[in-house]
Design a protein around this ligand. Structure first.
Ligand code: TYM
Length: 373
């Protein structure tokens, strides 16, 4: 008997005796990467998270989730996934998908994902994701899916495109996580409800078919909900209120200049409250403590105006995003390298995904005796 899911996974990997795709060596591949084995790989908790290839990595995704992903790489066994099958639930252009996936991979690597310390891959390259989603659908209550806020929002905003994929979105998300036995899921606040449902699915599956999955928990960043430039709704590409990581400094300044601040500061002489201002939230990421203090005092005493505050913010944004843009530019010049990272990631992910599906099918009494060889 294996003491944990991770234990079972490792044993499965050894049993598979697959050659490592880059070294050709046989035996259990290093789960955290091929080149820099982490000594704790066998005891670390597993993290999974995903992002849609929407064509833009924006400050909401970055500050709400991806920065956390980067930080977790040293302490967890990490799987990060570009979820193209989730992406197709909303209107999209088929001829743009592969470019958007490639660009998202570049953006994630430029932000600091390191293929030596995490597994980065594309969802559709591991068909077990959609397979497990179907299996999980059979224990997912229909009523719960109908209560999902994101489903209701999307249905309200796109009444002409309320497809079954949108409805099933959280089931596929649960499958993503459960395939790898992940217990920690770094996401923004908007995904909390989907994770509650994933836990419910685990409980129902385990109750019906025996202990198989672990319940995943969300890992929220210090600012799990970044507002858009309008200061009203969360930053989101579909709302057109984003700052993209790849945008030029001049474009970013144009957007910041007109971005909403504390409404109490109608005039330059009106004092404000930084805690209700989205610009101050961004200062907390891009400015050091000394500058944050200048902003706090200046805002509450009306010693500085909102434009001064935004200019100070721009300096930090330019510095940090400039570094990311430079790394992205270098990666763009070597598309084969990016594709290799994704192929290698899919290879490693698939070994685990296959083993999990074997186990799930066995538990559910599906397949084996009739399977084609
Ligand atoms: P996506 O692409 O919509 O968002 C990716 C991540 O960014 C976070 N996020 C935000 N965080 C704070 N403020 C914002 N304004 C903001 N906008 C986006 C999201 O919470 C998310 O963490 N359904 C997922 C994709 C997914 C997934 C998974 C996540 C598919 N399978 C399995 C975790 C585990 C999503 O929202 O993608």
């Amino acid at each position: 008997m294996f003491s944990s899911f991770a234990d079972w996974t490792i044993q499965s990997l050894i049993a598979f005796d697959v050659p490592d795709p880059t070294t050709g060596r046989r035996g259990a591949p290093n789960l955290t990467g091929n080149h820099a084995p982490n000594k704790n790989a066998f005891t670390m908790e597993t993290v999974f998270s995903g992002i849609q290839p929407s064509g833009e990595l924006h400050l909401g995704n970055y500050l709400g989730a991806v920065r956390n992903w980067v930080a977790l790489q040293d302490t967890h066994t990490c799987f990060f996934c570009i979820v193209d099958y989730h992406g197709i639930t909303q209107p999209y252009q088929p001829d743009e998908v592969s470019r958007f996936v490639h660009e998202m991979a570049i953006a994630l690597l430029a932000c600091g994902l390191d293929p030596d310390r995490c597994t980065l891959f594309v969802q559709s390259a591991v068909p077990e994701h959609t397979e497990l989603a179907w299996a999980l659908a059979s224990v997912t209550p229909h009523g719960e899916l109908g209560r999902m806020t994101q489903f209701k929002d999307k249905a309200e905003h796109h009444p002409d495109n309320i497809n079954a994929g949108l409805f099933m979105y959280p089931v596929l998300q649960a499958a993503d996580i459960l395939l790898y036995g992940a217990t920690r899921v770094p996401v923004g606040e908007d995904q909390r409800q989907h994770l509650e449902l994933a836990r419910e699915i685990v409980r129902r599956f385990n109750a019906r078919f025996g202990e198989t999955f672990l319940e995943p928990q969300p890992l929220l960043s210090t600012t799990p909900r970044i507002l858009g430039l309008d200061g009203q709704a969360k930053m989101s590409k579909s709302l057109g209120n984003t700052i993209g990581l790849a945008e030029s400094d001049s474009t970013i300044w144009e957007k910041l200049r007109t971005a909403a601040t504390d409404p109490a500061r109608a005039r330059r002489t009106d004092p404000g409250n930084p805690l209700v201002c989205n610009i101050y939230t961004l200062h907390r990421f891009f400015s050091d403590e000394e500058r944050q203090e200048v902003v706090r005092t200046g805002c509450t005493t009306a010693g500085i105006g909102c434009i001064d505050c935004k200019k100070m913010l721009l300096e930090g944004v330019t510095r940090d995003l400039g570094a990311i843009r430079t790394r992205a530019q270098m990666l763009r010049q070597d598309p084969a390298r990016v594709e290799r990272v994704l192929a290698d990631g899919a290879f490693r992910a698939r070994i685990i995904a296959r083993a999990t599906m074997e186990r799930v099918r066995h538990r559910m009494g599906i397949g084996r005796p009739f399977a084609a060889s």
